[in-house]
Ligand binder design. Structure first.
Ligand SMILES: N[C@@H](CCC(=O)N[C@@H](CS)C(=O)NCC(=O)O)C(=O)O
Length: 273
């Protein structure tokens, strides 16, 4: 059977080593969990729009002004001809199309009432997938809340963003142009960084408490991984790739090491094709 094509974002070469985009990681974890054969197509940041436009699927995100925001991941499955371009919808597709493959159900019913304690900044939400009521709805809400908690601290990752050196200047201009602030002006002082890092630890306390409901861990459902763990794990991958090694080590140790244990346990679903 021809493999699924999985479109992931290529950062500094070698892309397999520096891959740390959270939403593509959610899909990679899901693909590996399902053991569905796939092949990665690495797409440079500056080519996402053209690659996605050629696939003829709607954007899965919108900028604050309402214009389409072209993103990855996308999966294209030759077995069905389906092309799906949103991390959440990719996981739903894999579950519906390959219900018993690999490790089984990506969306087992579970309580997922974690809520990010601040108002969700929903003017340009990352997750816009639509699903019917039922277990999937709880997973989608969890995705929205986890996305909000982790995106609140993305100022911490700008310094260590692993741009491809060949395109770094254009990539920075593209990213900072979207918010109308020059890249250099996005730099934060050491003091501000330390403050933010501390606040990040506190913010993750709510999610960490949620993780300790099954103290045996490392997953929300104890030894059974589910898509909820891949949502959190995708964001941990981003911080691993963009914080300093020292900072990520510290993060792994926060709140009795729940995130470190989770990150390490997810290694079995992290293989590259
Ligand atoms: N709703 C989408 C959001 C995907 C998304 O935001 N992807 C980011 C990477 S994590 C992206 O492609 N960014 C490209 C850019 O900012 O130019 C999903 O869940 O797949």
């Amino acid at each position: 059977m021809a493999p699924i094509t999985f479109y992931d974002i290529a950062l500094a070469p070698p892309a397999e080593k520096t891959s740390c985009s959270p939403n593509p990681w959610k899909t990679r974890y899901a693909l590996n969990f399902k053991k569905t054969p796939y092949k990665t197509t690495w797409v440079p940041l500056g080519e996402i729009s053209s690659v996605r436009a050629a696939l003829n699927i709607p954007a899965s995100r919108t900028f604050a002004d309402g214009s389409p925001y072209q993103t990855l991941p996308v999966i294209s499955d030759p077995a069905t001809g389906r092309i799906v371009g949103d991390s959440f919808e990719n996981a739903v597709y894999l579950q519906e199309q390959y219900p018993s493959s690999g490790a089984g159900d990506l969306f087992p019913a579970q309580e997922l009432g974690y809520e990010f304690e601040r108002d969700l900044d929903l003017h340009a939400p990352i997750a816009e997938a639509k699903v019917a009521d039922g277990p999937l709805k709880a997973y989608l809400k969890f995705n929205t809340n986890v996305d909000a908690a982790f995106t609140a601290y993305t100022q911490l990752v700008l310094e260590g963003f692993p741009f491809d050196p060949d395109t770094a200047e254009e990539d920075k201009a593209m990213m900072s142009g979207r918010i109308g602030v020059p890249w250099e002006a996005l730099r934060i002082s050491e003091e501000k960084r330390a403050e933010l890092f501390k606040a990040f630890e506190e913010t993750l306390g709510g999610l960490a408490r949620f993780y300790t409901r099954d103290p045996s861990g490392p997953f929300l459902m104890g030894s059974r991984a589910s898509y909820a763990d891949f949502i959190v794990g995708g964001w941990l991958r981003m911080y691993k790739g963009m914080l300093s090694a020292e900072e990520f080590k510290t993060l792994k140790g926060w709140h009795n090491g729940v995130f470190g244990k989770l990150h390490e346990a997810l290694e079995v679903f992290a293989q590259m094709d």
